[in-house]
Design a protein around this ligand. Structure first.
Ligand SMILES: [Zn+2]
Ligand SMILES: [Zn+2]
Length: 337
């Protein structure tokens, strides 16, 4: 597992086995995602697929441009895909029939063009990294870079016309359903529903079949319901949300409505709630626990770490239950098992 970014300004994590590489969420601009992958020695051209947890901008900001650039499929639930398309085409009120029709036409168009318009992904990725580096986006101090701002730098020339007609154009879309396992290469994926204010949000457990290793991603959840507790049993690496310190959030700068949203059952997990999970429900068997999606305004890394380490207590040893903190502005070193 390599966490490229984690937090409300963008989330993205690489999950890789010996032969398969999956990008979970693409919440930074395409340029920034490519830059971070290069920083950690992750070859974008080696990615097999992008998997989306939910349609919030901090999880999809660079999605369309990156997927078109790398020509790889994007896995969504159908509801999340619809919500994402609606987000990119806000003035369209689309009936379900119309939507199905559009998807069918796109599928046919894709099938037609694969033969002649296919360019190997590695050439494209290499080109992306060789481009000069204008001061394109300042992710840390401004809002999340939108696809539109990213497009000029990263959009492959052959899709520009298509994107004008349909900003949600993707080279390939695959649907999955929460609770129904599927596989990408030699990685089994178990998607589970999480309580969060999005169309159909999911967390994931990844199981590298040949290596008997399980890794989980569980961020953006208001609380830890029984199905999530169950899903997270027996994982070797766990990326768990530890979003805010309750006191800091209550006294912090957010308007009351936003505080209510964060605190709600479909908001984000507090340090306290993450610690409660680690204390009462977690089986203690992980090699590493990564705390993620930390709020920059309502949390401090030391507070998140302290809460988690206290909850893990004596189960923390040299061989297991190492706690690391994922960051917003820099990738974490790869966690290799
Ligand atoms: Zn998020
Ligand atoms: Zn979210």
């Amino acid at each position: 597992m390599t966490v490229l970014a984690s937090g409300s300004k963008g989330n993205s994590t690489v999950i890789a086995s010996g032969t398969t590489r999956i990008l979970v969420d693409a919440g930074l601009s395409c340029r920034e995602l490519l830059r971070r992958m290069e920083l950690v020695g992750e070859d974008p051209a080696a990615l097999n697929a992008i998997l989306i947890t939910h349609e919030h901008l901090d999880h999809v900001a660079g999605l369309a441009v990156l997927a078109r650039r790398l020509k790889i499929p994007v896995f969504f639930t159908e509801s999340t895909h619809r919500a994402w398309v609606r987000m990119l085409t806000p003035r369209t009120t689309m009936s379900y029939a119309k939507w199905m029709d559009m998807m069918q036409r796109e599928k046919e168009a894709r099938a037609l063009e694969t033969a002649n318009a296919y360019a190997p992904a590695h050439t494209l990725a290499a080109a992306a990294l060789e481009e000069p580096d204008p001061a394109q986006s300042d992710l840390e101090s401004s809002d999340i870079a939108l696809d539109a701002e990213d497009a000029e730098a990263c959009e492959p020339i052959e899709t520009v016309a298509k994107v004008k007609a349909n900003p949600a154009f993707l080279p390939a879309v695959e649907y999955f359903q929460a609770g129904q396992d599927f596989c990408i290469g030699d990685i089994d994926v178990n998607p589970f529903t999480i309580p969060h204010d999005a169309a159909d949000p999911c967390g994931f457990v990844f199981h590298a079949r040949h290596e008997s290793i399980r890794m989980a991603v569980a961020t953006d959840l208001g609380y830890v319901p029984p199905n999530v507790k169950q899903a997270l049993k027996g994982v070797d690496v766990l990326l768990l949300e530890s979003n805010h310190d309750l006191e800091m959030l209550k006294d912090g700068p957010y308007p009351w409505s936003v505080k209510q949203r964060v605190l709600s059952r479909v908001g984000h997990l507090s340090n306290h709630a993450a610690a409660e999970f680690l204390l009462r429900d977690y089986d203690g068997g992980a090699h590493t626990i990564v705390l993620g999606h930390l709020s920059e305004k309502n949390n401090l890394p030391e507070l998140a770490r302290l809460a988690a380490e206290q909850a893990i207590g004596e189960r923390m040893t040299l061989l297991g239950n190492r706690v690391v903190l994922a960051a917003q502005d820099a990738p974490l070193d790869p966690i290799c098992l």
